[in-house]
Design a binder for this molecule. Structure first.
Ligand code: AMP
Length: 573
C-alpha cells in the first residue's frame, strides 16, 4: 500500500475527536485492506512497527529527528528548532518544512508502507560506531521521498506520539466492526480475549478475517507475553464474599503481597522467561528466580503467575515495592543487586501446564496443580498463603493476620472461575486498608528554584478516561521526593527519567509524554475547577515509581469519582 493512503486515514482520524467516529473510520478502512499485507498496516495504524508485546524501541530523540529533517530538506537545523519551539509538535514542523522543499522529490519513488516499516524496524538493531549517522540515514531516506503529510507521520511515529487516538480499545472495536456484525457481543469478546492472549492486533485481525472459529484457535504459549488478569476492589469482607463465593458459599482468600507481578514461563526447550505485568521481559534482571524455578517447580512447561516480594537478608523482614523497584530496569551490576535486594516469589496461579493451556480450568483445579508441583521454601519460592472458607468471621481473622504479618491486605478469589487474561472481571478482588492511594501518570513537571534549580521537582499527574483514552489532570506532586534516594527516585533520578519525554517547555514548566507511572497517596479527593478532571487530590505525596506499570494500569476517572462520592457520603454521617 502507498504510505500516502495510510496518511489520509491518519488525517481523518486526527480531525475526528469522537472515539466512536474513529472506530467507524478505521473499520471502513480495514474492510478495504483485506487483500493487503495486514501486519504492517495494523502496526503502523497503532503508531508502531511491531506487535504490542515487542519491547524494541527506535531510540530516536527529537534532536535526531530534527537532524534527519534537516538532512532531507537541506534546511538548517536552527530553523527547524525555531519552528518546533513555536509549534510544539515535530510532526507539524516536518510537514511545514517539507512544504517549502525543492521539487525534485516529485520524481522520486512513492513511499510504501513496506518501505516505511522496513526502515523503521531496522533502527533498533543498529549498534556500534557510526550508529547515529546510520539512523539518520535510514530516516532521511524515507523523508526524502515523503510528501509534507507523510513527513508529519513519519516524524510522529518515530517519536512514539502519533496523536490520532488509536488506542487499543479503538483498534479492537474497528476489527470487530470490520469482520463481524456491529452488535455481535460474542465477536467483541472473542477479539478482546484473543488479543489478551497474544497482544498482537495484526495476528488477531488475520484470524478474525477467517471467522470466529479461527479466533478460538489462538492459544497462549510459554515465552509469549500475555496480559495478566486484574483485580477489582472489595468494599469489605461481606462484599468480597458476595461477589466471589461459589454455590457452597465458599471463597478462596489469599494474602495480598506487596511486590510486583511476575509471569514466569518455561517452554518445551527448557527456556525460562520472566515478564512483568506490562509485558516487559525481565529474565536477565532476576538470575536468582531462574535458579529457584529450576529447583522448586516440578513441571516440564508452564506459565505461572506470581508476586515477587523483596526482603532484607539481615533483618529477615519483607520490604516494600519501592525498595526493589530498581531491579526491574537495572541492566548492570545485576548479580550484586540480586545479593543486596533479593526477592521471594509468591505463586498464586498457573495458566499453562505441561503442554496445555490451563486458563479455562476453574481456579480450584489450577491451585491443585500448583500444590502438586511447587515446593515451598521461605525467602525463595512459595505458594501464596491461602484459606478456603464460607465463614466471614474466619475471613476477618485472616485479614487481620495478613496485616499483622505486614502484608498489604487480602485477595478474594472465585474458586469456580477461569483465568481471564487482561480482564478485570471480578474473578479476583482485593481489599486493603489504605485506600487513599492511586497510581497516576506524569504529564507535566516544573523546575525547582535555588538549590534545586536544574531539577524537575514538582510533577503534574493525571488519571485516565477509559472511554476516550484521554489523560485528565488531577494534581501536582512535590512532597515525598528527596534530594537523595537509594531507590532511584531522587530529584536527579526523576529529572533524568522525565527529561527525554519532554514535549514542550513554557518558562519553568514542561509538558511530558504520558509514560511514567507513580503511586500517590493523598488525604482526600476534592472537586476542583482548575483541573480538566474536575477533581484534585488534597495533600498528594509521592510514594513509589511504578516501573512495572503502564498507563493502562492507572486510576480511571470513574474510580476517582467513586472515591469522591464515598468520602462525601462518609461526611454526611
Ligand atoms: P493492585 O495492584 O492494587 O491493583 O492489586 C492487584 C495486584 O496485587 C496484582 O496485580 C498482584 O500484582 C498483586 N498480588 C499480591 N498478592 C496477590 C495474590 N495472592 N493474588 C493475586 N494478586 C496478588
Amino acid at each position: 500500500m502507498h504510505y500516502s493512503k495510510l496518511c489520509e486515514i491518519y488525517e481523518e482520524l486526527e480531525k475526528n475527536p469522537s472515539r466512536l467516529k474513529k472506530a467507524e473510520i478505521l473499520s471502513e478502512f480495514l474492510k478495504t485492506i483485506k487483500h493487503e499485507k495486514h501486519r504492517e498496516i495494523i502496526y503502523l495504524l497503532q503508531g508502531r512497527v511491531w506487535p504490542d508485546w515487542e519491547e524494541k524501541e527506535f531510540g530516536i530523540s527529537e534532536q535526531l529527528t530534527i537532524k534527519a529533517i534537516s538532512r532531507a530538506t537541506g534546511k538548517p537545523e536552527e530553523e527547524i528548532v525555531k519552528k518546533w519551539k513555536k509549534i510544539g509538535d515535530l510532526g507539524e514542523v516536518a510537514a511545514e518544512t517539507f512544504k517549502n522543499k525543492s521539487q525534485h522529490t516529485l520524481f522520486s519513488a512513492k513511499l510504501t508502507t513496506t518501505k516505511v516499516l522496513e526502515n523503521l524496524q531496522a533502527l533498533p538493531d543498529l549498534i556500534g560506531k557510526g550508529t547515529v549517522d546510520k539512523k539518520i540515514g535510514l530516516i532521511a531516506e524515507l523523508l526524502s521521498s515523503a510528501s509534507p503529510i507523510e513527513a508529519k507521520y513519519i516524524a510522529r511515529t518515530l517519536l512514539n506520539d502519533l496523536r490520532i487516538g488509536t488506542g487499543s480499545g479503538t483498534i479492537r472495536d474497528s476489527i470487530v466492526w470490520a469482520c463481524f456484525d456491529k452488535e455481535d457481543k460474542e465477536a467483541f469478546e472473542k477479539v478482546q480475549s484473543a488479543y489478551d492472549k497474544v497482544t498482537d492486533f495484526a495476528l488477531v485481525f488475520e484470524k478474525a478475517l477467517k471467522g470466529k472459529h479461527e479466533l478460538d484457535k489462538i492459544e497462549i504459549s510459554p515465552g509469549q507475553p500475555l496480559k495478566v488478569m486484574l483485580a477489582l476492589k472489595a468494599e469489605d469482607i461481606h462484599d468480597g464474599f458476595e461477589r466471589t463465593k461459589n454455590d457452597k458459599g465458599e471463597t478462596a482468600l489469599e494474602y495480598k503481597y506487596d511486590g510486583f507481578r511476575m509471569l514466569i514461563n518455561k517452554d518445551e526447550k527448557g527456556n525460562i522467561k520472566i515478564f512483568t505485568r506490562r509485558l516487559d521481559e525481565v529474565t536477565k534482571q532476576f538470575p536468582e528466580v531462574i535458579e529457584h524455578v529450576n529447583k522448586y517447580v516440578k513441571a516440564d512447561t508452564f506459565i505461572i503467575d506470581s508476586e515477587a516480594v523483596g526482603y532484607d537478608k539481615k533483618t529477615k523482614k519483607y520490604t516494600t515495592f519501592q525498595h526493589i523497584s530498581q531491579r526491574i530496569k537495572r541492566k548492570y551490576d545485576i548479580d550484586k543487586l540480586s545479593e543486596e535486594l533479593p526477592v521471594e516469589i509468591n505463586v498464586f496461579d498457573i495458566l499453562y501446564y505441561n503442554g496445555k493451556s490451563a486458563i479455562d480450568m476453574p481456579f480450584e483445579k489450577r491451585r491443585e496443580i500448583l500444590e502438586k508441583i511447587i515446593k515451598t521454601e521461605k525467602f525463595k519460592f512459595r505458594l501464596a498463603e491461602q484459606i478456603i472458607t464460607s465463614d466471614e468471621k474466619r475471613a476477618a481473622k485472616f485479614y487481620k493476620q495478613a496485616l499483622s504479618d505486614k502484608e498489604e491486605g487480602i485477595m478474594f478469589k472465585n474458586l469456580a472461575s477461569p483465568y481471564k487474561p487482561g480482564a478485570r472481571v471480578g474473578h479476583m478482588l482485593k481489599m486493603k486498608p489504605a485506600d487513599n492511594e492511586f497510581d497516576l501518570v506524569i504529564v507535566g513537571a516544573e523546575y525547582g528554584t535555588g538549590k534545586r534549580a536544574g531539577w524537575l521537582t514538582s510533577f503534574d499527574v493525571a488519571c485516565r478516561d477509559k472511554e476516550s483514552g484521554e489523560f485528565l489532570d488531577i494534581g501536582k506532586v512535590s512532597t515525598g521526593l528527596k534530594e537523595k534516594s537509594e531507590e532511584g527516585t531522587s530529584y536527579e533520578d526523576m529529572t533524568n527519567l522525565v527529561k527525554p519525554l519532554i514535549k514542550s517547555e513554557h518558562g519553568k514548566s514542561v509538558k511530558i509524554k504520558p509514560k511514567i507511572v507513580i503511586t500517590v497517596v493523598f488525604q482526600e479527593v476534592q472537586g476542583s475547577p482548575s483541573y480538566n478532571s474536575h477533581y484534585a487530590l488534597r495533600f498528594p505525596r509521592f510514594t513509589a515509581l511504578r516501573t512495572d506499570r503502564d498507563t493502562e494500569d492507572i486510576a480511571t476517572i470513574d474510580e476517582v469519582k467513586k472515591l469522591h462520592e464515598k468520602e462525601a457520603l462518609k461526611r454526611t454521617f
